[in-house]
Design a protein around this ligand. Sequence first.
Ligand code: NAD
Length: 500
Amino acid sequence: EQSKAVPARSPVLAPALSDAWNFIDGEWVGTGRLFDNTNPIDGSLVSRVHEAGRVEVDAAVKAAQAALKGPWGRMTVEQRCKILHDVADEMMRRHADFVKAELLDTGMPAYFAQHVDVPRGAANFRIFADLFRNVPTESFVTDTHDGGKAMNYGLRSPRGVIAVVCPWNLPLLLMTWKVGPALACGNTVIVKPSEETPSTATLLAEVMRDVGVPKGVYNVVHGFGPESAGAFLTEHPGVNGVTFTGETGTGEAIMRAAAKGVRPVSFELGGKNPGIVFADADLDKAVAGITRSAFQNTGQVCLGTERIYVQRPIFDAFVARLKASAEALVLGPPETPGVTLGPLISQEHRNKVLSYYAKAREEGATVVTGGGIPVMEGDLVNGSWIEPTIWTGLPDSSALVREEVFGPCCHVSPFDTEEEVVERANATAYGLAATVWTGDISTGHRMAAALDVGICWINSWFLRDLRTAFGGSKQSGIGREGGVHSLEFYTELKNVCVAL
Ligand code: NAD
């Protein structure tokens, strides 16, 4: 039942409702098992997606294995880096296509896709290509017991076939963040985009083909998690490493799959990130920062803050200002001028977020603003819109303060002392990120050292330098990616010892 064809036109964008195909060994592969990709703005059909089964996943793994030994494996580092720059250039040349695909899949405001998602997606290829070209390896001279010497040096080789399993919240950005370094290090990849957001990974296949990335180097398989492409891929013995961004529970399932064959994983998982505002903070900047960290991308950012702790003297003023700021957000379709907030990714996800909105009320929270579904007009009534919401008054033990909601919402709670807030902020199974707002830089440094997180922002949020380490502690992840840290996962480091 497997069919192979090369569609005459882009499978993603023209015509608007055409199918999204798998991309295996340089060819478009349809399966006839189709699922719908819907637009969260109005529930309309974006595309139908060909779900890959075991047969297609196996074909992708074999193609990726073969490509390691083909022209890709024989390329010089210079040639490989040049082709990754070509990928970035072509992505920017097709900027409008990528923006359109991302907006149809996610409904995020257009400016975010235009200025963050797509340009940073392209930058992920440039930065990691340049990094790999320039990074040295270690070398040690060793004294030997017979009075001689030995020289040790490191050699890096690609890990092999990398499975890249992606979430839906920032699809292009998070996918290229892994594909860029994986390819720069000389690996081949099989991408399993989220079933909710299949379009940009598919479009990237066109770019790879058009700039001459050899066949089998970049493959895309579509589908779901359990009993579908995600599980088939991560279980496949031919995969040499799995890099995954998504929920902690899914990470556990993937880790079990990767345990067979002792295959390494790199995980960026969930969070319940604290935002901490001291009384000496610049209130304007803190309110603006927390507004972004709580509501940007409709709260669907892994680094977002759902627990806010504000020092008591400024608590009431802060809550009033955050309320005003949340109420000034403008919900609407991506390209409407002034819109700052899109819908949630799906009706299913909205049901989950709404269940937390209900739980907050049951647990006795004070609803400062929001708490429900906004009134939308026309076709938008069929979208997965939700009100940005702020609560106060819950104890730290409540579900809302402990569990990741992944929606545009936060709970704000007062604190008195630095010691107290450190203890409360760390009292979670997660450890991804924190944002601290203070006018005293020493307080900032002390907090950064005391918080159990992988990323700590002081008087900022989501300010990223791609050369720095990125990842979570505790149940928020395993390993670090970013800059040279990506090499740890995407290469095998061999030590060579030469007796002199
Ligand atoms: P998810 O875990 O539901 O799905 C992520 C991907 O895994 C999808 O492609 C899905 O099809 C696949 N999958 C699901 N079950 C699988 C299985 N058993 N085997 C193999 N693959 C499987 O996550 P999501 O809902 O798409 O994304 C939201 C979550 O991602 C949130 O928890 C968020 O915090 C987290 N996230 C973390 C980071 C980070 O850097 N730490 C970044 C973005 C999102």
